[in-house]
Design a protein around this ligand. Sequence first.
Ligand code: ATP
Ligand code: MG
Length: 295
Amino acid sequence: MAVEPTSVTDVADGLREVDYLPGESTALVSYLAAKLGKPVLVEGPAGVGKTELAKALSRYLDRALVRLQCYEGLDEAKALYEWNYRKQLLRIQAEERGAGWESVQEDIFSEDFLLARPLMTAIASEEPVVLLIDEIDKTDQEFEAMLLELLSDFQISIPELGRIDATTQPVVVLTSNNSRELTEALKRRCLYLWLDYPEVEHELAIVRLHTPELSETVARKLVELVQQVRGLDLKKPPSIAESIDWARALLLLGADDIDADVFRETMSIIVKHRTDLDTVAERVGVKLSDVNAPL
Ligand SMILES: Nc1ncnc2c1ncn2[C@@H]1O[C@H](COP(=O)(O)OP(=O)(O)OP(=O)(O)O)[C@@H](O)[C@H]1O
Ligand SMILES: [Mg+2]
């Protein structure tokens, strides 16, 4: 049974129940998206829970997740629909000789010969779904333009077939790493959610959720260190994903503290650039080996 949220708190609680700890604006925007039927554009650095939000919404709302992974060169045939050429060909061959082209043509350009790709699947679904359009910034502007028709009217025009209207309205989540500026037209149609690196307490809660067996002291120290590392001017600051990986690794190694040695041995889990490693070893690692220095 699909869930109908009735308040922001409802959404916040629901997301927590399916193991996603939302920030305040996350719950609010998700609630509005579900109520107003508007797509949400989620932007932010890598690994802060953009994709996971869509997955969590699908679990919470008890709707199937339809995912479109974007990449450079993605086109309508892979995103929207494609004619099933092989089946069309077979149909033509199976046609008794003498049948008019007219009747065959009418037949092979019908829905039976259509291959639905994620966008079409999402709006044609009998049960409402959550549609995740992941990493939209990887596509080009033409693709974005095509999305606009879908996102504003929830319909698709197929030249040979006519208009296909949405059977049900999906909750749409678009994510972007901001690798390029998205068009104003797209942004205008979406609610906007900026996900940033979380505050200490929020991140601690997320880490503990994923590794409940790790002691609170170690988890807290880990999060404080990660936040310190983020404060340095790095090529690639560690994300929540890296904090979780680090916590899992420490748990596996049975570490009961993060001292200078443990830090040096495991810091490549959170820092993944040669030059960043040097900076972090110098600025954070050294501080850790000095027992008198505050963290
Ligand atoms: N609020 C949260 N509650 C629970 N887990 C979270 C939260 N935020 C992030 N995570 C966890 O952090 C990891 C990274 O999240 P996710 O893959 O969604 O990041 P992303 O923003 O989509 O990154 P990218 O831009 O690299 O695709 C996941 O394992 C996810 O479960
Ligand atoms: Mg992602």
